[in-house]
Design a protein around this ligand. Structure first.
Ligand code: GDP
Ligand code: MG
Length: 304
């Protein structure tokens, strides 16, 4: 008598320091862009779900903000997302940038892991830029600090080692139902995804001059069959930052708009009409209402 394998499902918390490659890994595993990626630390501000459907399993990855010591309300909220993900997980993956030296920040991550003590897999990322013998001492060090069930050297960027990692994750998932319909790859509403894409382009075009201080609010979102109209406001903290985003003769805002529109048209084909405004709000990072809007799970949330 042959039996089919039981269906498995579960929530996998992807945690690690800022810039370790968490969002890159989730996008690679889900094979869609669910989470924005930039070279700037602390780009991810929320807990973002990336859903992978395979024949015998549904894996729900929780991308999280980088683990750091919080200094503002925004940062506190970001750390709450990390804690929530660790509390809700069936399994955790700690992702470490193997090209960086072990430091205080890494100890802080291990402390956090110990608070929740999930079953965990360690992924040593960015091996494409690491001298391979350097991995061994890192593996030994981490093995002493936490009872990782397996360790995988990977490159989230190049796709190296991901098959093995994914198989190890699925092996450890409990039996369970499909939580999401099989055409959904994230739980983010479209307008939130749109805001995130615009925010990615703002960061990419201004990162030499702006610390990460922008939020994007979608003011209007009308999806039509031939065109989707989006009006969005880019919120900066200081008067001096407005001209940086706008550029001379509005040149930079145009570039941001063009790049964002191209990405948005992939999501909302065939055409997007995008209008961008820039607004100064000195206190947004400590404004509870604005912080609440960061979470698309709150009613009416539309900002990022
Ligand atoms: P997060 O802050 O942990 O979500 O990190 P991101 O996914 O946003 O990645 C931060 C930076 O590291 C980006 O510039 C990525 O392109 C880069 N990155 C991520 N994974 C790899 C990797 O495997 N190799 C290399 N060389 N760079 C990577
Ligand atoms: Mg990220």
């Amino acid at each position: 008598m042959s039996e089919t394998a039981p269906f498995k499902s579960g929530f996998v918390a992807i945690v690690g320091r800022p810039n370790a490659g968490k969002s890159t890994l989730v996008n690679a595993l889900v094979e869609s862009k669910v989470s924005i990626v930039t070279p700037v630390p602390q780009t991810t501000r929320n807990r973002i779900l990336g859903i992978l459907h395979v024949p015998d399993a549904q894996v729900i990855f929780m991308d999280t903000p980088g683990v750091h010591k919080p200094l503002s309300r925004l940062n506190e909220q970001m750390m709450n997302y990390v804690r929530q993900a660790l509390a809700d997980r069936d399994l955790a993956v700690l992702i470490v940038d193997a090209s960086e030296k072990f430091g205080k920040g890494d100890e802080f991550v291990i402390q956090l892991l110990n608070q929740y003590s999930p079953r965990a897999i360690l992924a040593l990322n960015k091996v494409d830029k690491v001298h391979k013998p350097a991995l061994l001492p890192l593996m030994e060090r981490y093995s002493k600090l936490y009872g990782f069930e397996e360790i995988f050297p990977i490159s989230a960027l190049k796709g190296e080692g991901l098959k093995g990692l994914l198989a190890a994750i699925i092996r450890r998932l409990p039996e369970g139902p499909a939580y999401f319909p099989n055409d959904e790859y994230t739980d983010q509403p479209e307008r939130f995804l749109a805001a995130e894409i615009i925010r990615e382009m703002v960061i990419r075009h201004t990162r030499q001059e702006l610390p990460y201080v922008t939020a994007v609010m979608i003011e209007q979102f009308e999806e039509g069959t031939s065109i989707t109209r989006i009006h969005a406001t880019i919120v900066v903290e200081k008067d001096s930052q407005r001209p940086i985003v706008i550029g001379s003769g509005a040149s930079r805002l145009k570039e941001i708009g063009t790049d964002a529109r191209k990405e948005l048209e992939k999501l909302f084909p065939p055409k997007v009409y995008l209008e961008l405004y820039v607004k100064v709000d000195p206190e947004w990072r400590n404004n509870p209402a604005r912080i609440a809007e960061l979470d698309y799970r709150n009613e009416g949330g539309s900002a990022s």
